[in-house]
Design a protein around this ligand. Structure first.
Ligand code: ADP
Length: 592
């Protein structure tokens, strides 16, 4: 295995060296024989070749004549002298043309030992130089001047390990001790996951893990930045075994005028058109006086599954929980688990002798999955006293329902349920959105309502809610997997004032967002939350920041729905996507 790796990487590394050498000879060495005349190379060559062979023929002929005539060789005529000079000149040229590189290679070729030594140093310096031309964008995160390239590893020759071609896109210094740890990870003696706890330095752990991974897989991670990220901030919270981070551009849409306030909405996306489209919708809404939102419900859910010996016994627990007196007791137990978690309801469903209990609770500014799970665990422990025959099969029985399309979320809601509306004047529909009220109303009915019904949609009665939900979720550190139910949305477009104006609304029952916990505390995500004025826990009213964020999500979806539906109604969708999704770059070249 090791041997195979060494073989393959050696094969990869050598051509790189050759390339660099060729580059260097062409740029660093002095004048070449072909520079003798200010003529194109092929003419210079032809000239010297002709001269050389002509004078050789002439001199040989002269030599033969002198021998025949018994003339002493040292008696030369002017033409002989000219011929001798021409011979020497052309000989030197041809020696340079064919022989100098060969002679140089004989004189300058390093011994095998020298190569081995240089492999450690120069090779890496060269690679670093190469990498300097393609510095990953992430480096730009750090506004300070980049440190001078450092030697990556000082490795004794017996520790030499294969390197992939364009590794080391980061200036992190790996010392001899690091090299030993890398070797140990590569050999499987040190588990990669244990690096953080062993080294007590998250950045170093990530750098070592990354280097080990490159060697194990013989795959380069060049392009995946390591620098410019606080690895301590994700430890035990956001991501295990990090080796870098993926960059996603953040665009800004807005201002979104919502409930009398303006918001610049950060959207992390790689889909062209999305931000521009949302921006156009924001403009239409703003000109018309803004959008208004109402939070209908605020409750995160968790539904454990428990099993009894009989369906009758399972039903007894259902009736027990539905008794208001018992609910009081149970909610007291639940609420002890957190300052912010407050039990609101328990909805039960039976499947034979199995019982699913959907606990709903408010969770302050946290999205609340952990909070509700803790509360549910307390309740299960408590219920075990009165229902000792209750067999807890799982703290989550999918009746919650987290990160899966489900009717229960669509009907009952999960997280924040928000409705957001706006009235768009007829002239704004015509001038900004380039369509008509009538066309929008008709398209909405046939696409978002009838079309989705025909498709058997579950909560998908909209044009592109998930585009906006995902982009804002990624920018603000939400759990992007919750895009599934958070994107449930019904978009309504109805004529107003006898068809002159448009009433547009989005109703979203399951927006699952938080402004504390999870990815919200990371630097970039936190900056985006700060931009919206919803960073962290609300000091005045716990939960207010998360609720406002949910409203902003709904408002942004409203704007994007307006714009996309207008583009489709006016037949502009394909044109605008060609403009924003496909620049005039040759995509295949960009990809390669
Ligand atoms: P989640 O429950 O969304 O997974 P966490 O497990 O990180 O998130 O819980 C949020 C943490 O933040 C809890 O420890 C909670 O006590 C704390 N916290 C501080 N302020 C607030 C707040 N205003 N709302 C909710 N949680 C808060």
């Amino acid at each position: 295995m090791e041997g195979t790796r060494r073989q393959s990487t050696t094969n990869i590394t050598k051509p790189t060296h050759k390339l660099i050498d060729q580059d260097e000879t062409s740029t660093v060495t002095g004048p070449k024989p072909s520079d003798a005349l200010p003529l194109p190379l092929y003419i210079t060559n032809a000239l010297f070749f002709t001269v050389f062979f002509s004078v050789v023929y002439f001199l040989l002929t002269r030599w033969r004549e002198k021998i025949r005539n018994s003339t002493p060789l040292h008696l030369v005529t002017l033409s002989d002298i000219v011929a001798i000079f021409a011979f020497i000149a052309s000989f030197i040229y041809m020696l340079g043309f064919f022989g100098i590189d060969f002679v140089q290679s004989l004189i300058l070729r390093p011994s095998p030992d020298v190569w081995a030594a240089e492999d450690d140093g120069e090779d890496e310096v060269d690679l670093l130089k190469e990498d300097a031309r393609i510095v990953p964008c992430g480096q730009a995160l750090d506004s300070t001047a980049p440190p001078p390239p450092q030697k990556i590893a000082v490795v004794p020759s017996h520790h030499l390990k294969p390197k992939v071609v364009d590794e080391i896109p980061f200036p992190t210094t790996l010392n001899e001790e690091d090299e030993e740890i890398i070797n140990s990870v590569v050999a499987g003696k040190t588990p990669s996951y244990s690096l953080e706890s062993k080294l007590d330095d998250c950045k170093r752990a990530a750098a070592i893990r990354r280097e080990a991974l490159q060697r194990i897989t013989s795959k380069s991670l060049s392009g995946l930045p390591l620098e410019g990220f606080d690895y301590e901030s994700i430890l035990g919270q956001c991501c295990e075994m990090p080796i870098g981070y993926v960059q996603i551009p953040v665009g800004i849409a807005g201002p979104l005028l919502l409930d009398g306030k303006e918001y610049s909405v950060p959207m992390a996306t790689t889909e062209g058109c999305l931000v521009a489209s949302t921006n156009r919708g924001c403009k239409a809404i703003r000109i018309c006086g803004g959008a208004a939102s109402v939070l209908l419900r605020d409750a995160m859910t968790r539904a454990p599954v428990v099993r009894f010996g009989t369906a009758k016994r399972a039903a007894q627990l259902k009736f027990y929980l539905e008794d208001p007196a018992n609910f009081e007791v149970v909610s007291t137990v639940f609420n002890k688990s957190s300052r912010f978690g407050r039990l609101q309801s328990i909805k039960c469903a039976l499947a034979g002798k199995n019982l699913y209990m959907r606990f709903s609770c408010s969770t302050g500014d946290a999205m609340g999955m952990n909070m509700v799970s803790k509360g549910v665990q307390n309740v299960l422990d408590f219920l075990q006293n009165d229902f000792p025959d209750m067999d807890v099969l799982g703290i989550s029985g999918n009746y919650c329902s987290d990160k899966k399309p489900s009717a229960v979320n669509w009907i009952e809601g999960r997280g924040k349920s928000v409705v957001c509306e706006a009235v768009i004047k007829g002239d704004v529909v015509r001038n900004v959105l380039k369509t008509s009220v009538e066309a929008l109303v008709e398209l909405n009915m046939l696409k978002n309502l009838t079309g989705s019904a025909m498709a058997g949609a579950l909560g998908g009665f909209n044009a592109q809610a998930s585009n906006i939900v995902s982009a804002i979720y990624i920018a603000t550190g939400q759990d992007p997997a919750q895009n599934v139910e958070s994107s449930h949305c019904i978009t309504m477009m109805e004529p107003l004032n006898g068809g002159e104006d448009l009433h547009v609304s989005v109703t979203m029952p399951s927006i699952e967002v938080g402004t504390v916990g999870g990815g919200t505390q990371l630097a970039s995500q936190s900056a985006c939350l700060n931009l919206l004025g919803v960073k962290g826990a609300s000091k005045e009213t716990p939960g207010a920041n998360a609720r406002l964020l949910a409203s902003i999500v709904a408002g942004s979806v409203l704007a994007a729905e307006l714009s996309l539906m207008s583009a489709i109604a006016s037949g502009q969708l394909v044109n605008s996507h060609m403009k924003y999704n496909r620049s005039n770059k040759d995509v295949s070249k960009v990809a390669s």
